[in-house]
Design a protein around this ligand. Structure first.
Ligand code: UDP
Length: 239
């Protein structure tokens, strides 16, 4: 499937139309941003890692009955995906205290949570993605009650599939962000699940193998991203 016109360019991805009005090509870039775009940089090969990690994880999710926008991996940086009308709500799932939850509640990072926590954020760059609750989502009409119920159920199911899959690969899934969209009337998982959108800690050492290396200037970002892909795909890699 050939790329036609650029229809959207975000911080980490470009989306192109194709000959088929129901399908798009998503191209993953190496550009990295953090803190609302205030910190900018490049992590060499990040686009390749995120495209391939997302493809592996979305395939596992599909095999477990969760519909995603993935059609197929095209090459290193490109995937063919179903065109979505994105629901403007980011869903965060947390298994341990970290990041903004630690800051907001004045807690130390690291402790496991007895149950996963779901959080919702309104997707708006100008407003810096404010946290919202279910009343906001329904009252503002960002999702219907049925769509919201499906997003919640799918988010928890995705967590229960990914936690053991990643733990077998020696990765602790601390937290992650999901985006959903509507395709032909159905809510499906969109966007990506990658080291850009997850916190992944080495199970033994607790080493951070995700975007926190960039956010917190920990160094070795590229090595961490490639390590994640290697654990996901196994074998030697050509990136
Ligand atoms: N996250 C994301 N995009 C965002 C905000 C958060 O992918 O715009 C991910 C982030 O990588 C982490 C989880 O969602 O895995 C929870 O992020 P948190 O609320 O702790 O915010 P942060 O401190 O990472 O900005």
């Amino acid at each position: 499937m050939e790329k036609r016109e650029l229809i959207y360019e975000g911080k980490a991805k470009r989306v192109y139309s194709t000959d088929d009005e129901n399908l798009v090509v998503i191209e993953y870039k190496d550009d990295a941003t953090a803190f609302d775009g205030k910190k900018k940089g490049t992590i060499e090969s990040k686009g390749i890692v995120n495209n391939r990690v997302t493809s592996v994880l979305f395939k596992i999710l599909e095999d477990n009955g969760i519909p995603t926008h993935l059609v197929k991996l095209l090459d290193g940086r490109n995937m063919l995906a179903k065109k979505l009308s994105i629901i403007p709500v980011e869903v965060v799932v947390r298994n341990r205290i970290a990041g903004s939850l630690a800051t907001r509640l004045g807690l130390e990072e690291g402790a496991p949570l007895p149950n996963p926590i779901l959080e919702f954020y309104y997707k708006s760059d100008e407003l810096h993605d404010p946290m919202v609750n279910e009343y906001h989502i329904l009252t503002m009409g960002w999702a219907t009650p049925e769509q919201l119920a499906e997003m919640k159920e799918m988010a928890l199911k995705i967590n229960s599939v990914l936690v053991p899959f990643l733990r077998e690969r020696n990765l602790e899934l601390v937290d992650f962000k999901l985006e959903f969209g509507v395709h032909q009337g159905k809510v499906i998982l969109g966007d990506e699940i990658s080291p850009d959108t997850c916190r992944l800690w080495d199970v033994q050492t607790g080493e951070k193998l995700d975007k926190d290396r960039f956010r917190r200037d920990l160094g070795k970002e590229r090595e961490a991203y490639i390590e994640v892909l290697q654990r996901m795909e196994g074998g030697s890699l050509n990136v």
